[in-house]
Design a protein around this ligand. Sequence first.
Ligand SMILES: [Zn+2]
Length: 464
Amino acid sequence: MWSLRRPMRGRLWITLAVWCGITAIDARGQTPNWLDPYREPAARLIGEATGDTFAWRRLAILTDTIGHRLSGSPQLERAVEWAVAEMKRDGLENVHAEKVLVPHWVRGNESAEIVEPAHHALVMLGLGNSVGTRTEGVQGEILTVRSFNELESASAQVTGRIVFFNVPYMNYEETVAYRTEGPSRAARLGAVAALVRSIGPPGLRTPHTGALQYAADAPRIPAAAVTTEDADRLQRMADRGGRVVVRLRMEAHFEADAESANVVGELRGREKPNEVVVVGGHLDSWDVGAGASDDGGGCVVTWEALRLMKKLNLRPRRTVRVVLWTNEENGTRGGNGYRDQHANEAANHILSVESDTGVFAPARLGFSGSEAARKTMTEIALLLAPLGMQELASGGGGADIGPISALGKVPMMAYSGDSNRYFTIHHTPADTVDRIDPQEVSKAAASLAAMIYVVADMPQALPK
Ligand SMILES: [Zn+2]
C-alpha cells in the first residue's frame, strides 16, 4: 500500500502547489489598481509586526507588572497611567485619559462545599455583580436543571432550594444566558441561591466568572459558577436520588462608583484629521487570571496599528485613534462614555475596530457594514495574503464600539481568535500571557495595521 500511495501523494502535492500558485497570481491579478500604492506600505507594516515580538512583550509587561484589572480596582487605574505613559513613549499624539465613572464590585472571600451526601470542596467563582451571603453562608438542597424549561417544570419544588443550572456548553452566545439570567429566573420561583456550570468547554477544573444581570422584579440571590468537573459530580449525585446539600459563602458587594478612564491616543490625519478610524480593546478585566486574552491582548494588537505606522513614518490622510475602553466586563460604561463624549463627531467615524475574543489561531477578521463597504474591505483584505488572512468573515461588532457605531452608523471590524481556545480560558484564573503565542499576537497586529492604514488613507472614505 505504502509504495503504491507514495507517488500519488507526491503528484497530489505538486498539483496542489501549482493550483495554489495559480490562485495567488490570479488573486494579484484581480486586485484592483487603486490598491497598487498600498502594496508596499502594507508589506512594510506586516513585515515590521511579524519580524518582532514587541506586542507580546508589551502584553506580558501589562499582565505581569499590573495583573488583572477589575473596574474600581487600583490595578485598573495603574493600567490607565501605564497606557498613557506608553502611548506617549510611542510618540502618539493627543494622548489623554477621558474620565468615566464605573461600578465598583468587590468579590471578597468566597467558598462553596457539598455537605451531603459527602463533603467536597467546590472550586467556584462568584458571578460578577452578585450579592453576597450572610456571614454563615447559605445552605440548601440542590435542585439540578438542564434548561430553563426544566426549571419551569420544577417550579413547585424551587422554594428554599439552591438551583443548579447544569447546562452543557454549546457555544458562548447560546449558553451565557444561564449565567446572566439564571439567578433571577430561579429567584422568582423562590430559590435562595443559584449555581451555574461554568460557561466554557471543559478545562482543568477552571471556574469561569462573568457578569450576571439581576431582573428588577426578582429578589437578588447570591450566584456562583462551578467547574465542569464539579458540575458533573453534582449531576451524578442528583441522578442517584436523595438529598444533595451545598453551602455557599460569599462576601461579594458593591462599593460606591469609582473614577476610571478610557485611554486615548492618536495619529492625526495629514489631510482629513476630523475623519476618524477608531480602534481598540478594553483595559479592564475580571479579577482572576491576568486579563491577558480578555482583553489585554486586544488592547495591545489594536494599539500596535498606530505604533507601527508611527515607527514606519506612515501618516494616513485620516486620524487613527486608539481607545482602551474601561469597564467592558461589568457595565460597558467605557463604551457608552465614549459615545456620549464624542457624540458630536460620531458621524465622522469612518470605521470602528475592536479585538475582544483573543488572538488564538485560527483567527479571522470579521466585518459588519453595507454591501458597498464590504466590497471595499474585501479588496483591501487581499493585501493580507502573506498572512493567509485575505478572507473577510461576517461579524464585525464589539461591546465597546457598539455604542458609537450605532450612533454614527459606523461600519465595524473585529479581530477574532479561535473561539474554542478562547472560551476555555475566558474569565478564569488561566487567562495568562504564557498561553498566548507571540507570533499569533504579531500576526493580529500585522493584519489590523495593514487594514486600518489603508482605510485611513484611501482617497475615498469607506462607504457607510
Ligand atoms: Zn472582553
